[in-house]
Design a protein around this ligand. Structure first.
Ligand code: ADP
Ligand code: MG
Length: 241
């Protein structure tokens, strides 16, 4: 589904360059549940944005579903993004002056779907996420967990093949974080590829594959069978002295 070959990415910083990704090779199969870890500034969001075609890379190649993703017009990238990817963010990114149903329906508006059909579908997705009674509520009337569920419903409504979530639990308490992870797990179980960025080991340990970034490179990939070992290793590391 996803194949990255020697991906490089730099940002211009005045007269100098900040080399953020220094040759990333990564393959992700359809239906995998993956987390990307790494310290702050290690390039996790940059990588996720490249995967989601929100940002370009400088060198290497990115194939998505067999298609080379490079040098596309914004229009073409937007169409492919709509077709393939749903995004979830730490800060939910809901529109504050639209209610839950309108927020969920938004991607369909951009696809030119009629209002009636948009609303019917939005209600269906709100219902799937247990939020039907909240349809008419505004984001500021909802808890963090509810807002993230609205954002997940919005990400799902265009029937994406991939969900990309940048620190989806970063603004949530522990209990709510696990609830959101359970939802992402269910989404993955129906065949959607789910890729999250997180810096929390317990959250990462709920995925099937952990990709650790360090100094712009993939430092380590930890697979399903090794997760308990991973959990043990880091719980020891994280224990207060
Ligand atoms: P992470 O998500 O792992 O914290 P990011 O991918 O957001 O890291 O950022 C990696 C590095 O690139 C950071 O040093 C950040 O300041 C820098 N960076 C990110 N986006 C930009 C940008 N648009 N312009 C310049 N520098 C950026
Ligand atoms: Mg980030």
């Amino acid at each position: 589904m996803i194949k990255l070959n020697n991906i490089h990415k730099s940002y211009e910083m005045g007269s100098s360059k900040l080399h953020v990704l220094k040759g990333i090779d990564l393959e992700i199969e359809q239906g995998e549940f993956v987390s990307i870890m790494g310290s702050s500034g290690s390039g996790k969001s940059t990588l996720l944005n490249i995967l989601g075609m929100l940002d370009n890379y400088d060198e290497g190649s990115y194939h998505l579903a067999g298609k080379l993703i490079a040098n596309m017009s914004e229009k073409k990238a937007a169409r492919l993004r709509n077709e393939m990817v749903g995004f979830v963010f730490q800060s939910f990114n809901l529109i504050s002056f639209k209610n839950a149903m309108e927020n969920v329906a938004l991607p369909l508006y951009y696809q030119g779907v009629s209002r009636k059909k948009r609303n019917v579908m939005a209600m269906e997705y709100l219902d799937k996420l247990g939020l039907k009674p909240w349809a008419e509520h505004m984001p500021n009337e909802m808890s963090g967990g509810q807002k993230q569920r609205v954002a997940i419903a919005r990400a799902l409504i265009s029937k994406p093949k991939i969900i990309l979530a940048d620190e989806p639990t970063g603004a949530l308490d522990t209990t709510t974080s696990y609830e959101v992870m359970e939802i992402l797990k269910e989404i993955n179980e129906i065949g959607i590829t789910v890729i999250i960025v997180t810096h929390e080991h317990d959250i990462a340990a709920m995925t099937q594959k952990i990709v650790r970034l360090k100094d712009g490179r993939i430092h380590e990939v930890i697979r399903n069978g090794e997760l308990s070992e991973f959990r043990y290793k880091y719980s020891k590391e994280l224990q207060p002295a």
